[in-house]
Design a protein around this ligand. Structure first.
Ligand code: SF4
Length: 349
């Protein structure tokens, strides 16, 4: 499957494609056409690119790679309209992507790395270890595949699959640009959410660059003692450092950041935790997503309904600036929920 002499066009931006077309003796307009065929129309067979000359189609077939992944396995949930895709990449590595359809909303959760180095203790992907970053093409192709296979138009993209997106920052941003581009997927910037476990320098970069996409931060604990245990990255960039950065951002830009809090039984679901969390977020213009844990690895369990309601009640009573939502992950029967994505054979080894 590896074809090293060929150039990988999938993942190139419009200008890069235009430059490449010129370098092989074509007009730069061909680059715009290629961009549209690949991203807007989701076509990866040059023979189907009908407004391109026969000769250049042949050249593309001989010399370029327009598709970076192949479907290995598709699993559909029996509980809801959720589908998990296992893709095989050119170097025989695997990644997972999840499509979730609910009424008019079709959200696709995409991966940005193979495995993950952040090693959050409650996350199945973290247990795989880190393998490599995905290319822009491999990120974009996940969405192209889903769009070509599910009739419901994609309304939202979340970078919450395998990997820490901010450790593959440039490629993630580039892929988001392709999703946003009118000649690409034409998705509004508010429909694209990039999530991070809290890579502070990259959060700063994202803010300084005034990136247009939505930012989500996985907080998952209300104090550093707990967060150190479940998210070792906290020892480097702790809760206060992250909150300080976000506070400044929300004051200056009036843009709403999202915090995610995976609620785990007897880990971070006590009334004291709820009070601490309310104090941390007090006065910040943000959205707080409470995600009851999807049981997958280790000692972690989902809290019962009583604990969940008690936690929410305290947050509501002390609500100041933040908006609270409870997000139940989809596709738990197929291990497609948050923190459950993993290539099983890898974990078994
Ligand atoms: S929760 Fe996200 S950042 Fe943490 S180990 Fe899993 S994939 Fe990596």
């Amino acid at each position: 499957m590896l074809q090293q002499s060929k150039i990988v066009l999938k993942g190139m931006m419009q200008q890069e494609l235009q430059g490449w077309c010129k370098s092989v003796g074509e007009t730069s307009f061909r680059g715009i056409q290629l961009f549209e065929w690949m991203y807007k129309k989701g076509v990866s067979d040059p023979n189907l690119m009908l407004n391109i000359s026969h000769k250049f189609r042949g050249f593309l077939k001989e010399n370029s790679i327009l598709s970076t992944l192949k479907l290995e396995l598709k699993t559909e949930s029996q509980l809801e309209q959720t589908t998990k895709y296992l893709f095989k990449l050119a170097d025989n590595q695997f990644i997972e992507t999840v499509s979730m359809v609910m009424e008019n909303r079709h959200t696709v959760c995409i991966s940005s790395q193979i495995g993950c180095s952040i090693d959050c203790d409650f996350c199945a992907t973290g247990k795989m270890g880190f393998n490599r970053n995905l290319s822009v093409g491999e990120i974009v192709d996940q969405l192209i595949y889903v769009r070509n296979n599910i009739a419901n138009p994609i309304t939202n993209i979340v970078y919450m699959g395998m990997g820490e997106p901010f450790l593959n920052y440039e490629r993630v941003i580039k892929s988001a640009e392709i999703f946003h581009n009118p000649l690409g997927f034409n998705l509004g910037r508010h429909r694209i959410t990039i999530s991070t476990a809290g890579i502070l320098p990259k959060i700063k970069q994202f803010i300084n660059e005034e990136q247009k996409f939505k930012l989500a931060i996985s907080l998952n604990a209300s104090n550093n003692i707990t967060r150190d245990k479940i998210m070792p990255i906290n020892k480097k960039w702790n809760i206060q450092k992250i909150i300080k950065e976000v506070k400044q951002f929300s004051l200056l830009n009036r843009r709403r950041i999202m915090f995610e809090y995976v609620l785990m039984k007897e880990i971070n679901d006590s009334p004291e935790n709820a009070i601490e969390l309310a104090e941390l977020l007090s006065g910040i213009n943000c959205k707080l997503n409470i995600i009851p844990y999807n049981e997958s690895v280790g000692i972690y369990k989902r809290p019962d309904e009583k604990s969940l309601n008690r936690f929410l009640k305290i947050l509501h009573e002390r609500q100041n600036g933040y908006r609270i939502l409870v997000r139940w992950s989809k596709g738990q029967d197929i291990a497609a929920g948050c923190g459950q994505l993993v290539y099983k054979e890898k974990i078994a080894n």
